[in-house]
Design a protein around this ligand. Structure first.
Ligand code: AMP
Length: 193
């Protein structure tokens, strides 16, 4: 992977570990020469992951819609800041620029962004590795819900297995690097053409 998009909170959360792990991930990416793509904010967990990369001479591309530049306090010192016209263009741009996807703790925006990438993956629109860095066990309950979606017949086990998950940064990145994607699903029955 040459570049990874990280989705995470625009808030800091109530435990210092959320920011520290985000910073450590940023540092790890910089040392591995993996470019960070993220939402361009200076605040919250988002700001920490960018700081971790920049403090260690790595590359960061921020992608932010114009209307959020003030609210989310855009980061002035990134390698590049791409300003989009809206949220949809932002997400598409982040997707286009990345070879892998990581979610750290966050709120509604974080989940929305990660799950959209997951659904695109499920449809075979991309085959990128998708990982959750489960700092403080933050996503343990989500894991329970996802398993229940499988047992109750709403998510295929193979699509559940697309989600890589670890509490350890190096292990998560190693799982992502060696990820063997599912063959793209056949969405159209050729007999019907
Ligand atoms: P949050 O996890 O709610 O703190 O948000 C994290 C990031 O997701 C922020 O940069 C938000 O601007 C972004 N975000 C919020 N809502 C959405 C959405 N509907 N689609 C894409 N990104 C969003």
């Amino acid at each position: 992977m040459k570049s990874v998009v990280v989705f995470c909170g625009s808030s800091e959360g109530n435990d210092i570990n959320f920011g520290q792990e985000a910073y450590a991930l940023g540092k790890f990416l910089a040392l591995q020469d993996i470019r960070l793509i993220y939402g361009g904010a200076k605040i919250g967990v988002m700001g920490q992951v960018a700081k971790g990369v920049l403090d260690n001479a790595g590359e960061v591309i921020g992608v932010i819609p114009k209307f959020l530049m003030k609210k989310e306090v855009f980061h002035p010192n990134l390698t590049q800041l791409i300003i989009t016209k809206d949220m949809h263009e932002r997400k598409l741009k982040m997707h286009e620029l990345s070879d892998g996807i990581i979610m750290l703790p966050g709120g509604y925006g974080t989940l929305e962004e990660f799950f959209e990438m997951l659904t695109w993956g499920q449809l075979g629109l991309h085959q990128k590795p998708m990982g959750i860095l489960n700092t403080n066990g933050f996503y343990d309950h989500l894991g329970v819900l996802l398993k229940s979606m499988v047992t109750q017949g709403f998510v295929a086990k193979s699509n559940y297995d697309m989600i890589l998950n670890d509490v350890d940064i190096a292990r998560l990145l190693s799982k992502m690097s060696s990820y063997d994607p599912l063959p793209a699903p056949q969405l159209i029955n050729k007999e019907q053409l």
